[in-house]
Design a protein around this ligand. Structure first.
Ligand SMILES: [Fe+2]
Ligand SMILES: [Fe+2]
Length: 464
């Protein structure tokens, strides 16, 4: 047997990489900015994406994007940079993202995200992971490889959705023209690290070769290019009014609201108890609409309050995934009970703006997370009790997963309210009063005004 020489026992990696600590941190905070930007695009778009299949994928990716932001923040702390630092690479790059945000057709949005922004970010992150210090900066490599694996999975998913939406030659041509325009703007912006495409092969700068290069000239003009900047051009992701006619979330057929089909006879399952297969199927079918809205509600929380702590955004992103999973669980339960989505009209046609347009984040937390999630948890537990003895174990496991997740969501609403305004009696009182004003008179939520007063106002009173 051959013996190993002493050289076989050494670490063959070399200490030192292509970037100093300061430059590595600048690039990593650019990546963190872009990852959060993608999280916000998904969160803000979800409500008007029309297709439930896309909303399902968005839910999962909101969570993985939030994980990328958290892990990049962790790596940035090790690079001597404030943990949650975000740094936009350039104003031109921010404007490119704004263009993508403003696209209204689902196809053009997906093209902007999965054919332009995400492939570019993936390539830049892998390039950084290849060139940074393999010993000293191995934690950044670890984080970037995690991001890259998710991006690759998302690109496969996004491109499949694009293929499905670009069904006609005309829509395919429109998508390609849009992609071409965005790619030109991306090149001019210098990209996510404001440096252009890393396609060089010479180990030095060849000024002669680059003298007439339009890209180089454009990059030179970028304000703050290559500097550490904490501010620059920003924009708010305001919801699109034109995509939600009358403020009501649109759906493709066969999904429909009862109010839109006035002549349709009431289905007997609507009056059946949940202890029967038909009654449970009807209840879960209505619940599916709530899951769908909640994915969007969590996404909009992230875009509507950009200044709230990252930890709160992270929890909203986690819930977005869980609600997207609930959409799938509900669809499976309906199928196991012999039905399909769209077999009933949705009873409620609550104007969308009423549920997500609230300007006080704590009213949103109390109403959406404590009250709505609390009633969903109670309903799920009731269905679990009523389905005992006749529903299959798959159905009951699905209900148990729903119930377990709702407890987590109630805690998000309760804990963040107390953490952020628990020691401010006036703000707590204001949020509770407004929440009660909004839910009072709703027969399904009769016990909640008292519960809210008990839980939060006694506390406010103790503090005054
Ligand atoms: Fe849910
Ligand atoms: Fe929930």
């Amino acid at each position: 047997m051959a013996t190993l020489g002493p050289e076989a026992l050494v670490d063959r990696r070399q200490l030192g990489g292509a970037f100093g600590l300061r430059e590595a941190a600048r690039r990593m905070s650019n990546f963190r900015w872009a990852e959060l930007e993608i999280l916000e695009l998904l969160g803000g778009w979800s409500e008007a994406m029309l297709y439930p299949a896309i909303r399902g994928g968005f839910g999962l990716q909101m969570f993985t994007q939030a994980v990328h932001c958290r892990e990049l923040g962790w790596a940035l702390a090790n690079l001597k940079r404030a943990k949650q630092r975000l740094q936009a690479p350039s104003d031109a790059f921010v404007r490119l993202c704004e263009q993508i945000w403003l696209a209204e057709s689902p196809l053009l949005r997906l093209v902007g995200l999965y054919r332009v922004l995400k492939p570019h970010l993936l390539q830049a992150e892998l390039y950084h992971a290849d060139l940074t210090d393999p010993v000293g900066d191995s934690f950044s490599i670890h984080v970037l490889q995690l991001c890259a694996a998710d991006h690759q999975r998302d690109l496969t998913w996004g491109n499949a959705q694009i293929e499905r939406l670009a069904a006609s030659r005309a829509s395919r041509a429109e998508a390609l023209a849009w992609q071409e325009k965005l790619e030109a703007d991306l090149a001019e912006s210098g990209g996510v690290v404001a440096e252009g495409a890393p396609a060089w092969w010479l180990p030095y700068t060849d000024e002669r070769a680059n003298a007439d290069d339009e890209l180089v000239a454009a990059r030179r003009e970028l304000p703050g290019q290559g500097e550490l900047r904490s501010q620059g051009y920003t924009y708010r992701k305001a919801p699109s009014e034109s995509l939600l006619p009358n403020g009501v979330q649109p759906f493709p057929a066969p999904l429909r609201y009862a109010a839109d089909v006035p002549g349709e006879p009431r289905h007997p399952d609507a009056d059946a108890p949940a202890s029967t297969p038909g009654g449970l199927r009807y209840a879960i079918h209505q619940l599916w609409l709530g899951e769908n809205r909640t994915v969007d509600r969590c996404g909009r929380f992230i875009t509507d309050f950009p200044d709230l702590p990252f930890g709160l955004k992270f929890d909203m992103a986690q819930q977005a995934w869980e609600e997207a999973r609930h959409m799938e669980i509900d669809a499976h339960i309906i199928h196991l009970l012999g039905g399909s989505l769209g077999m009933y009209p949705f009873a409620a046609r609550m104007p969308w703006r009423n549920t997500v347009g609230e300007s006080n984040p704590f009213v949103r937390l109390l109403r959406g997370h404590v009250v709505f999630e609390g009633s969903a948890a109670a309903a799920t537990n009731r269905w679990l009790a009523e389905s005992e003895g006749w529903a299959s174990s798959a159905i009951r496991q699905g209900l148990e997963h729903l119930s377990a997740d709702e407890r987590v969501h109630i805690a998000f609403g309760n804990d963040w309210t107390l953490r952020l305004i628990g020691d401010q009696p006036d703000r707590l009182q204001e949020a509770v009063d407004e929440t009660i004003r909004q839910i009072e008179g709703n027969p399904g939520l009769r016990e909640w005004p008292d519960r809210l007063r008990q839980r939060y106002l006694k506390r406010a009173l103790r503090m005054t």
